[in-house]
Ligand binder design. Structure first.
Ligand SMILES: *Cc1c(COP(=O)(O)O)cnc(C)c1O
Length: 439
């Protein structure tokens, strides 16, 4: 007999109608972005060269629920939403744990990750506001892929600056973005003033997300009718991703699942926020005592080793200073395969939730996470993205802790994406040639 909770699915009309904004429920509001030149909170005039008005309104909104435009909901269906919530029976048996393990399948999007949830919304609002081109950065290529597809869908141009380390490791990603008609440059590039400066100073650099963001901002500021889109970190991105957690809550009701620990990997924090914030809202109101755990890479361990302070969002100083956990904006992490986890900082909203005690974080090494990914492939049949392997590793560790303490607890984690375009990382792992990642 197929168990009732093997895969819990919702219908297309169950795609959430509103996003959830944690800002409304946080007891202490996070400190605002700062203009580093004036030392004052950044105003619309500081941000409007980079973002269109609709996006800026969402960035500062204190409203608890924000309506999702129908044009966005309709297209979320084609990203395979609502995404199933699945039980990892075979992983549980392998671990011989009394814990139940569930995972939310963001890997089922044709884009390969959760990034499409915000890419669709951002491309839509920019198109509505009359923007003709978007520029962006990408690490592993997932965000560039999602934005390229979304821009193509809504008829606007897309230029992607891809971190050079990833560009060299993952050439197939460029092809994917080109298929969606995006222009892709390895960053640092000779396309921007800032990129040329970095290249001159460090010709052999593998690049970083901080540098790629600066290049994308540089181009957005200097090119006509062009704005910038960020794939994580900012409040509006966290907001758009909450479709993940809102669906998960409905699925947990259907499956009568009461989570004891919810886990997601965190680079800039968007899949964690999208997955966990709706439930963290419940925790703030005292309605659940679920633990929320963010799994980060020890190559860029902002939450476990960084400082909570104001820091630039990019390397070149094109963005405001954000109050966040950070390794420092000129930090260059080792080129781990989990490119999406190589960001120097953490989303201000996730940082605030951590600072205010509503969640915890742990960091994991590259070899340990690939080992977890291999176990997941063997047991569940899914090749997870290197980023998602951090969530799997955290879930396995938790399940083993519950085994040691003989607790029948429930773990729910977010599988943020698949790894079918990241096979060279797995290839190195199988050959025993994967590097340690710690800073
Ligand atoms: C981009 C990415 C991440 C990291 O970004 P967050 O904003 O922290 O979610 C994690 N997993 C996958 C598959 C990604 O593409």
């Amino acid at each position: 007999m197929i168990p009732k909770d093997a895969a819990i699915r919702l219908n297309p009309e169950d795609i959430p109608k509103k996003w959830y904004n944690l800002m409304a429920d946080l007891p202490k509001k996070p400190d605002p972005p700062m203009n580093p030149r004036t030392g004052k909170p950044a105003g619309p005039e500081d941000l409007s060269p980079l973002f269109c008005d609709s996006i800026l309104r969402q960035e500062v909104s204190l409203e608890k629920h924000i309506r999702i435009p129908e044009e966005v909901r309709e297209n979320l269906i084609y990203l395979n939403r609502p995404a199933p919530l699945q039980r990892a029976y075979r992983l549980e048996r392998y671990l011989k744990t009394p814990a139940k393990i569930y995972f939310k399948r963001e890997d089922m999007s044709p884009l390969g990750s959760h990034k499409g949830n915000t890419a669709l919304a951002q491309a839509y609002y920019n198109m509505k506001d009359g923007v003709e081109n978007l520029t962006t950065e990408t690490g592993a290529g997932q965000w560039g892929t999602a934005l390229a597809m979304s821009c193509n869908l809504f008829g606007i141009g897309c230029t992607v600056f891809m971190v050079r380390g990833s560009y060299d490791q993952k050439p197939a990603r460029k092809t994917v973005m080109n298929l969606y008609n995006a222009t892709v440059h390895a960053s640092p590039s000779d396309q921007t003033e800032y990129g040329r400066r970095v290249l001159k100073a460090t010709p052999n650099t593998v690049g970083s997300l901080g540098i790629a963001i600066s290049e994308a901002c540089d181009m957005a500021i200097h090119q006509k009718n062009t704005k910038y889109a960020l794939g994580s970190v900012l409040n509006h991105v966290m907001l758009h991703q909450t479709v993940i957690g809102l669906e998960t809550i409905e699925q947990m009701k259907i499956g009568e699942i009461e989570p004891d620990c919810m886990i997601a990997c965190a680079g800039g924090g968007s899949n964690f926020a999208g997955f966990a914030f709706p439930l963290i809202g419940e925790k703030i109101k005292g309605k659940t005592d679920c633990e929320f755990l963010a799994a980060e890479s020890d190559a860029a361990p902002s939450m476990t080793s960084g400082k909570y302070k104001y820091d630039l969002g990019d390397t070149g100083g094109f963005t405001p200073e954000l109050m966040m956990y950070t390794m420092g904006h000129d930090f260059i992490p080792s080129p781990v395969h989990a490119g999406g986890l190589r960001y120097h900082g953490m989303a201000p909203l996730v940082s605030a939730a951590l600072d205010q005690g509503f969640m915890t974080a742990r960091s994991y090494s590259q070899p340990d996470t690939f080992r977890a990914g291999k176990i997941f492939a063997e047991t569940e049949g899914i090749i997870a993205a290197p980023e998602s392997c951090h969530a799997i590793k955290a879930a396995i560790d938790k399940a083993l802790e519950y085994k040691a303490s003989k607790e029948e607890k429930t773990i729910v984690f977010c599988l943020s994406g698949h790894g079918l375009l990241d096979l060279n990382g797995y290839e190195k792992f199988l050959a025993g040639k994967l590097e340690e990642s710690a800073v």
